[in-house]
Design a protein around this ligand. Structure first.
Ligand code: RP5
Length: 181
């Protein structure tokens, strides 16, 4: 069965690289309060039938577990990590500091500052430790970026990505047509 949003498809304990359904993307966040934003990343991974896992790994409230998650991620077979956090959003950067995998950061907007605090905390990384930062609340694009990273090595996924892009093109073309008529 393919993962669906809201469903936790696997845990770090049962994920093994040899398992065909082992997660390829880790979707993590600083708190379950980030889930309403982060759900869109999981949703699009499910649409592309990419196995993923979901977890809360707080940089500040559970630093040891957070470091262990980053250190173990590649060995467990993950190919990319999507990390969302709000406010003093250190999770994506800290994970990037301990994993060789690509990390995609999602700035989660909180009650104050419109997510600018989250954005700047995630995007302004020191040289040598990259985090691919999407827009504030841009979890769907984070999922799509992870899909593209995997698609570069997976012809079948690459062709699904091309179809997806064609659909976007068709939809935009259709909107223009409706406006003109
Ligand atoms: C951050 O603090 C989390 O990523 C979340 O965006 C924010 C608030 O967390 P809660 O107080 O709602 O658990 O670390």
């Amino acid at each position: 069965a393919h993962p669906s949003p809201g469903h936790r498809p696997s845990t770090s304990a049962d994920a093994r690289p040899s398992d065909a359904s082992a997660p390829l993307v880790g979707v993590v966040m600083g708190s379950d309060s980030d889930w309403p934003v982060m759900e869109a990343a999981a949703q699009v991974l499910a649409e592309f039938e990419i196995p993923y896992e979901v977890d809360v790994v707080s940089a500040h409230r559970m630093p040891r577990e957070m470091i262990a998650y980053g250190e173990d991620a590649a060995g467990r077979g993950l190919k990319a990590i999507i990390a969302g956090a709000g406010g003093a959003a250190h999770l994506p950067g800290m994970l990037a500091s301990v994993t060789p995998l690509p990390v995609i950061g999602v700035p989660v907007p909180l009650k104050y500052l419109d997510g600018m605090d989250s954005l700047l905390s995630i995007v302004q990384m020191p040289a040598g430790v990259p985090v691919a930062t999407v827009s504030v609340g841009g979890a769907r694009n984070a999922g799509l970026l992870a899909a593209r990273i995997l698609a570069a090595y997976d012809p079948e996924l690459l062709s699904r990505m091309r179809e997806f892009q064609q659909e976007l093109n068709d939809q935009a073309t259709e909107k223009g047509k409706r406006l003109r008529n």
